[in-house]
Design a protein around this ligand. Structure first.
Ligand code: ADE
Ligand code: ZN
Length: 335
């Protein structure tokens, strides 16, 4: 099964580029930028990655970002991710970035955007990995701050396809950002939100009805509400599920309890993604393997998941058809 997973053509729809900052690169950038970090070694950093909830992780994640200062830093970060997933047969990625995590520290919006998009362009040319970029608002900050960030993004609409919502979920419902998402939609951005990771099903309802999302990130707790499941199934709304993230952040106790198989059985459009691979112990292949082991998934489950990811991507029909064709060819060879 491992070999099958490694060769399987994959699409990643839920990846925070800042969450792909490996400890080795964190040290290299800290040295390059002469920034102090509170760790003596790579081992010590990895030991600190022991989280009991989302906030535990976010505290370390925002601290890690401090080493990212220059356009080249954002290029190196993004390139390292693309180079790694290209070797895992990832064909297309839709990646999040957190501009407020950088502008709040005095790094210009353009510095961040330029570095990431230069690497994405190179990824397309040199690795054959296609990509879209999605900007997230940090939900622990105010809606006014999100409006400021939206304003910064308007001149770069051709480089940013969508707008998402991430960071501390509990106590920061989607409704808090109703107006800024309405404005973003008017400006032509696609819309998504993290919902139902730690927060209740009501937050998923709000993401659907108030923010008018095109996709739900995580969505695990939707399963607590039958009517919500029916709505998601009826609309064909995709869930970008992140198995190793869920395990590391104690959203699930054991991979054997992961709701992915249940989601598929209910007809939900679930996909597999890595979220913050440098912090949670793995990229796409590792996520596929861990959840396949935990839930005894078979090849037809993995085919369904890969198909869901292609359909749930923001690619146009022609590009989706190319990827579906690659998947078909692979399945015929693997049969
Ligand atoms: N930012 C980075 N990873 C996140 C996650 N899993 N949930 C919310 N915000 C995040
Ligand atoms: Zn996430």
């Amino acid at each position: 099964m491992d070999t099958f997973i490694e060769g399987l053509p994959k699409v990643e729809l839920h990846l925070h580029i800042e969450g792909s900052l490996e400890p080795e690169l964190m040290f290299a950038l800290a040295q390059r930028n002469k920034i102090d970090i509170p760790f003596k070694s790579v081992d010590e950093v990895r030991k600190a990655y022991d989280f009991s909830n989302l906030q535990d992780f976010l505290d370390i994640y925002y601290q890690g970002m401090n080493v990212l200062q220059t356009e080249q830093d954002f290029y190196d970060l993004t390139w390292a991710y693309l180079d790694r997933v290209a070797k895992q047969n990832v064909m297309h990625v839709e990646i999040f970035f957190d501009p407020q995590g950088h502008t709040e520290r005095g790094v210009a919006f353009e510095t961040v955007l330029d570095g990431i998009t230069r690497a994405l362009d190179d990824g397309r040319k040199k690795l054959g990995v296609s990509s879209f970029l999605i900007m997230c608002f940090l939900r622990h900050l105010s809606e006014d701050a999100a409006f400021e960030t939206l304003k910064s993004a308007i001149p770069y609409k051709h480089r940013i396809l969508g707008v998402g919502l991430d960071s501390s979920e509990k106590g920061h419902p989607p409704s808090k950002f109703k107006n800024v998402f309405a404005e973003a939609k008017k400006e032509g951005f696609l819309i998504m939100a993290h919902a139902g990771e730690e927060g209740p099903p009501e937050y998923v309802w709000e993401a659907l009805d108030m923010l008018k999302v095109d996709r739900i990130d995580h969505g695990n707790r939707s399963l607590e509400d039958e009517k919500l499941v029916a709505r998601l199934v009826k609309d064909g709304t995709a869930l970008t599920v992140c198995p190793l993230s869920n395990l590391k952040l104690c959203v699930v106790k054991d991979m054997k309890d992961h709701p992915l198989k249940k989601m598929l059985n209910l007809g939900l459009k679930a996909t597999i993604n890595s979220d913050d691979p440098a912090y949670f112990g793995g990229y796409m292949n590792e996520n596929f393997k861990a959840v396949t082991d935990g839930l005894n998934l078979d090849k037809s489950d993995l085919l369904t998941i890969s198909r869901n990811s292609i359909h749930a991507s923001f690619l146009d029909k022609a590009a989706k058809d190319v990827l579906l064709g690659k998947l078909d060819t692979y399945m015929k060879k693997a049969a």
